[in-house]
Design a protein around this ligand. Structure first.
Ligand SMILES: [Zn+2]
Length: 221
């Protein structure tokens, strides 16, 4: 089994599956034999996780390859047009200028477009849900966070990952309700989850489904 090993000042071994690879975190002094035995004991779990991730990335392959974008939870084709100077989204197709024929330039154009759309859409959604729930926030900003969809600091400043525009409305609503609930409870206590549930009674399956989209936060980097 190939794996990435990170040694550090820690007492226990841990294994995680990140971007289709195995990462092991280990104490400084532990032997490779010990690590191999540990991995062998976790083999079933590791194989299951790897298979799950493979399935997920197959589904998202057109998006990962840059041939499609996810917008509002739907696959939209990406087309590179010779005469086009600017990015245009029309009839479910994202038209890009010719200079975007290379993947790197395409990713850059898609993320610039996504951020532009997110600035307007996420602010509107946040305002709307804030008004509906009565949960007030201090400020709003977009983030480019690598693993998080959103965050809320102790002063009620809310940050939302611009990639949320890729997700369906219900997922976006859950993230916003979650962050707005943090303006009242700065933790994940039972009281916090009761607050979330009060504003979004059926949040649990949405929260679970959101995990399947986590690969998206590492895109367009
Ligand atoms: Zn939280």
């Amino acid at each position: 089994m190939d794996y990435k090993l990170i040694r550090g000042k820690r007492k226990t071994l841990s294994v995680s599956i990140v971007d289709g690879g195995i990462t092991v975190k280990a104490p400084l002094a532990i032997s490779v034999e010990h690590i191999d035995r540990f991995l062998a004991s976790k083999r079933k779990w590791i194989e299951k996780k790897l298979a799950e991730q493979r399935k997920k990335s197959e589904l998202l392959k057109p998006v990962l390859d840059g041939d499609a974008v996810l917008y509002h939870g739907a696959f939209c084709a990406v087309a590179v047009c010779p005469d086009r100077k600017r990015v245009l989204f029309k009839d479910g197709i994202l038209d890009l200028p010719e200079k975007c024929s290379q993947k790197a330039a395409r990713d850059k154009a898609i993320s610039a477009w996504g951020k532009r759309v997110a600035t307007v859409e996420l602010k509107a959604a946040l305002d709307k849900i804030s008004a509906r729930t009565g949960l007030k926030f201090a400020s709003f900003a977009l983030t480019n966070a690598k693993t998080k969809w959103g965050s809320c600091d102790g002063s009620g400043n809310i940050m939302l990952n611009w990639r949320l525009v890729m997700l369906d409305e219900i997922s976006v609503e859950y993230v916003i309700v979650h962050e707005l609930s943090h303006t009242k409870h700065h933790n994940h206590s039972a009281e916090f989850w009761a607050e979330v549930q009060k504003h979004m009674p059926a949040y649990k399956p949405v929260k679970k489904r959101l995990k399947a989209f986590s690969v998206l936060t590492s895109m367009y980097r």
